[in-house]
Design a protein around this ligand. Structure first.
Ligand SMILES: [Zn+2]
Length: 512
């Protein structure tokens, strides 16, 4: 809530925090916007709210810890401090099986066909964290094989989840652990590309464009950031260009461990709300991006090959999402697009450079055909009007027209009724059509008949009963419908008789 403090206009810390936490407005942005309107922000209040949220987050992570304390992993904790991760440098290594978990039970051995989680003393497998997806691969030891479909992290342990595909695997045995290196290389490309993208985004659209989430998979990367409007086409091209320029510069990607203070002094970006230990890993891409990061990276930016932005969308208020592809995946996607273009050219029998012109030509041809069809239809209707009026039965000077019109829409019927009325002057008109098993009926009466008490709505309702339906409307014009298309002729005969009777009765009785 905005309030006045010492006659100054102030936004409460709570509200500023809500803007930040729920809507993604960074504090400095809120200050900037409000500042222009002569308001200030209660920063201490904001910091308090932030502290409260951090304590809450810590409590909930302690709860995850309790699950760890009581589950099967709790027993492993006594015999091992955790899994050593070698995957920054190695794609394969020899490792000892510390534990095998099936369901929530520790087992000593597992045989072919069973699903399980394997804990090793060391591993090249990256456990999903920091937005980077877990590795896949294989564990092998004389005659046995486990295919690993996913890898997760739980405190200091890395959990290999998969299925025994050959022989038995035993606790205590030594296995050759090997990741799917090609897949990991795609992931590395996408992870380093994410850092470059983050750097470039802040250069192009402003420092407020901080990361709010990311997902790095072998196929594509997804990057969420703070921004208030959709990126323009020009911005996207500029971002894509700048990322690719850094890729082409082939700058080294260096990862080193240092203290959090040293990293801060170096100007590294730390992710807000993320917990960091005393020693952190900092990934720098040339002189461009510096970020704290536990993920895996390429050695030189050139390995990324190419980056294409394939999507830009909104995630929540104040948060946008970019999706992109790199390397062979980006190449394959562009090839698919080109294939699609060639297919369209083939279907339209037109060379690529004339495609747009051809589509415009086809569209205007289509428009002309529509006009032509409309004209033909109008002609057909006016032809019908003449013959309907000529052949109409006359009762007390009123022309009674109850006719079927083939292939007509409700709109066609209404237009025909209008034209009939103009041509016949005094008339009682019922027109019907049947299309796809549905009957549509239009009733129209000249003003004199309405004055005598006849009512098109009530008449159309009576007639529609014959075709198993209903309807209604105004006294001078009404629409009705039904489902028994085969009874349309019967309904129209009934309508003709009903109209004669009503007109002969001089409509002295109350309105039908
Ligand atoms: Zn990272």
């Amino acid at each position: 809530m905005l309030y006045k403090k010492n006659r100054q206009k102030v936004l409460s810390g709570q509200e500023a925090f809500k803007l930040y936490d729920t809507y993604g407005f960074p504090l400095d942005m809120t200050e900037l916007i409000l500042g222009e309107k002569g308001f200030t922000v209660d920063k201490d209040g904001f910091e308090n709210e932030l502290k409260k949220q951090r304590i809450q987050a810590r409590t909930s992570s302690q709860m995850t810890g309790q699950v760890f304390d009581t589950g099967p992993l709790s027993k492993i904790k006594d015999i091992s401090k955790g899994t050593e991760f070698l995957g920054y440098k190695e794609g394969a290594c020899e490792a000892k099986v510390i534990a095998l978990i099936q369901g929530d039970q520790l087992v000593d051995t597992a045989s072919a066909g069973s699903d399980l989680t394997v804990v090793l003393d060391r591993t090249p497998f990256y456990g999903e964290s920091g937005g980077q997806i877990g590795d896949t691969g294989v564990l092998e030891s004389n005659g046995s094989q486990v295919r690993i479909a996913d890898t997760k992290k739980n405190n200091d342990f890395i959990l290999h989840m998969g299925k025994v595909t050959k022989g038995d695997i035993r606790k205590g045995s030594v296995v050759h652990a090997k990741i799917d290196l090609q897949r990991r290389n795609s992931i590395r490309r996408n992870h380093s590309a994410t850092h470059i993208l983050h750097y470039v985004l802040r250069k192009v659209i402003g420092q407020h464009a901080e990361q709010s989430g990311s997902l790095v998979t072998p196929d594509r990367l997804r990057f969420d950031f703070h921004h208030f409007s959709a990126l323009t086409k020009e911005e996207i091209i500029r971002i894509e260009d700048m990322v690719n320029e850094i890729i082409l510069e082939n700058v080294p990607v260096a990862v080193k461990e240092l203290s959090i203070q040293e990293a801060r002094n170096a100007g590294a970006i730390a992710l807000f709300g993320e917990k960091y230990g005393e020693l952190v890993r900092m990934a720098s891409i040339g002189d461009f991006s510096k970020e704290l990061c536990g993920g895996t990276h390429v050695n030189y930016s050139g390995e990324i090959g190419l980056l294409r932005i394939i999507g830009e969308s909104s995630v929540a208020a104040g948060i946008r999402r970019i999706e992109a592809m790199t390397g062979m995946a980006a190449l394959n996607r562009d090839r698919e697009k080109e294939g699609l273009l060639q297919e369209v050219c083939g279907v339209l029998n037109t060379p690529e450079e004339k495609l747009v012109l051809k589509v415009h030509d086809l569209l205007s041809e289509l428009k002309n055909l529509h006009k032509e069809v409309h004209k033909v239809k109008q002609k057909e209707i006016s032809g019908k009007v003449d013959s309907f009026v000529e052949n109409a039965k006359e009762v007390s000077g009123v022309k009674i027209i109850a006719r079927k019109v083939e292939d007509a829409t409700a709109d066609d019927l209404r237009k025909t009724a209008d034209m009939l009325m103009k041509s016949a002057k005094e008339a009682a008109i019922i027109l019907g059509t049947a299309q796809d098993g549905r009957v549509t009926i239009i009733a129209a009466l000249s003003p004199k008949l309405v004055k005598c008490g006849l009512h098109a709505g009530n008449i159309s309702k009576e007639v529609a009963k014959v075709v198993g339906g209903g309807g209604g409307g105004r006294p001078e014009m009404a629409q009705a419908g039904g489902q028994w298309a085969e009874k349309l002729d019967e309904a129209l005969n009934f309508a003709a008789e009903l109209l004669s009777k009503k007109i002969l009765a001089g409509a002295s009785s109350p309105a039908v």
